[in-house]
Design a protein around this ligand. Structure first.
Ligand SMILES: Cc1ncc(COP(=O)(O)O)c(C=O)c1O
Length: 450
């Protein structure tokens, strides 16, 4: 894994192209497979694509007065202005959620939600293992154990069938992750939660406007968490939000993220709960509100290209785009597919990625089996966790990572491209397809090469 890019570095790398190049390639002729016969770029041939991809994040001059207004108002702190509240109302409306609370980040949205759903020291939370590390961290920082459900290799999301066997008398919540903006199969997850009286907190940090059976991700469980970090589809450098339909829960979130100050249904001037400072700044909210319309149009653009890519890629033997739950729509924070080396003459996944990169198509393997990295060993060997959990429980917990066969398969075979690539033109998608086909045509030679 050492020579693989981290996700954020990869996103920056992939975005470092010029719009001019995109325009140029948009004018190229429709897909012709002539290049397939040519030597692969990794073996010294000419890349299918030369140049970059649409850059990310984007900014428009016409958005600047909104930011300047905050600056000149000298109302920069959440308690003094209205800009954050305006963003919260607009984002809630866009999602069809009753309430939205803006936070400093997706991580603090998760920390807030876990606290409010009463995940306490010594509890357990059933978590998707296939996610950004912040999902694990949020549970661990609440001094609770992230117990991993398995990943469904077809959908890359939490396999509902793997949840119940992992529930113990300490389990408080289920934390599914709509990874890459692909909705989890929420009906069975919610049914299990209801049966066992567990909270459901959606990690929708990559799933702005994703839909499951006509409802937006982030409104399907008790609380939903979003990230507005710079690589995200709705970016403000850092930022996040908690969404939900319960006034009481959102009032609790508001208090917790604001040092525990009483608010809404919790009247009074005092502090009725523990809390932290996880507040957003008005500058961030101004930047976010300006981009809401663009989020909607970008999402439609990404979907159109992703649908096209999925339909074309699945015709290539050995390439399997992810399966979505019935009646759902993804938003593609990354565009993933599973790779079967056997259909490519044994060309290993990491070399396939290198070959695709050399053809001018940035992609990466993204998440690995992070539970073996040491973060969980550090936690379970800590004084606190040893006090909170029996040695027997911690041993069984550590051993349970070996059971995550679906997740292992997903980590070993997934390849993903970044969202900004989906903002290019149809002809650019054809170049991606052409590059994959070219590599397949030459896979035997590539497999043999150093
Ligand atoms: C799935 C997931 N969860 C949580 C987070 C944490 O969000 P943030 O970086 O805004 O703290 C991220 C951010 O990348 C994420 O992708």
């Amino acid at each position: 894994m050492k020579n693989q890019l981290t996700r954020r570095r990869f996103i920056r790398h992939a975005a470092a192209g010029s719009a001019a190049v995109t325009l140029l390639s948009a004018r190229q002729a429709p897909l012709a497979f002539a290049a397939e016969a040519a030597k692969p770029a990794l073996l010294g041939g000419v890349p299918v694509r030369q140049g970059g991809w649409p850059s990310w994040p984007t900014w428009r001059e016409q958005w600047e007065p909104a930011v300047l207004k905050v600056l000149r108002s000298r109302k920069w702190f959440r308690g003094s202005g209205e800009t954050i509240a305006e963003f919260e109302a607009a984002y809630a409306q866009l999602l069809g959620a009753k309430r939205c609370l803006a936070t400093a980040s997706g991580t603090t949205a998760l920390l807030t939600s876990l606290h409010v759903m009463d995940v306490d020291a010594g509890d357990e939370v059933i978590v998707s293992p296939y996610t950004f590390i912040a999902t694990y961290n949020a549970v661990l920082l609440n001094n609770a154990l992230p117990v991993f459900a398995d990943t469904d290799p077809a959908s890359l999301t939490m396999d509902p069938a793997s949840i119940e066997s992992r529930i113990t008398d300490r389990t408080r919540a289920i934390l599914p992750v709509h990874i890459y903006g692909m909705p989890c199969d929420m009906d069975p997850i919610n049914a299990i939660a209801k049966k066992h009286k567990l909270a459901v907190i959606e990690d929708a940090c990559q799933a702005w406007l994703a839909e499951y059976k006509g409802r937006k991700c982030g409104t399907l469980g008790d609380l939903g968490c979003f990230s507005f970090q710079e690589s995200k589809h709705l970016p403000s450098g850092e930022g996040g939000a908690v969404t939900g339909n319960s006034d009481e829960l959102l009032d609790r979130c508001t208090a917790f993220h604001n040092c525990g100050r009483a608010t809404g249904s919790f009247k009074g001037n005092g502090y009725f709960t523990r809390g932290s400072n996880y507040r957003m700044q008005h500058f961030q909210a101004a930047i976010l509100t300006q981009q809401l319309e663009k989020l909607v149009t970008d999402t439609a653009h990404r979907r159109e290209n992703a649908d096209y890519l999925s339909a074309q890629l699945k015709q290539i033997p050995g390439i399997q785009p992810a399966r979505l739950p019935e009646n759902s729509r993804a938003v593609w924070h990354l565009f993933p597919f599973r790779y079967d080396a056997q259909q490519f003459n044994g060309l290993g996944r990491d070399k396939f990625i290198r070959a695709l990169n050399a053809e001018g198509v940035p992609c990466s393997s993204v998440y690995h089996e992070q539970y073996f990295d040491g973060i969980l060993d550090e936690a379970i060997n800590s004084r606190g966790f040893k006090r909170l959990f029996s040695a027997e429980r911690l041993k069984a917990y550590r051993e349970s990572f070996q059971e995550l066969k679906g997740n292992r398969q997903v980590c070993a075979t997934t390849v993903a491209m970044t969202q900004n690539m989906l903002l290019a033109e149809r002809s650019d998608m054809n170049q991606i397809l052409e590059a994959v086909r070219k590599i397949q045509a030459h896979s035997a030679a590539l497999a043999k090469s150093a």
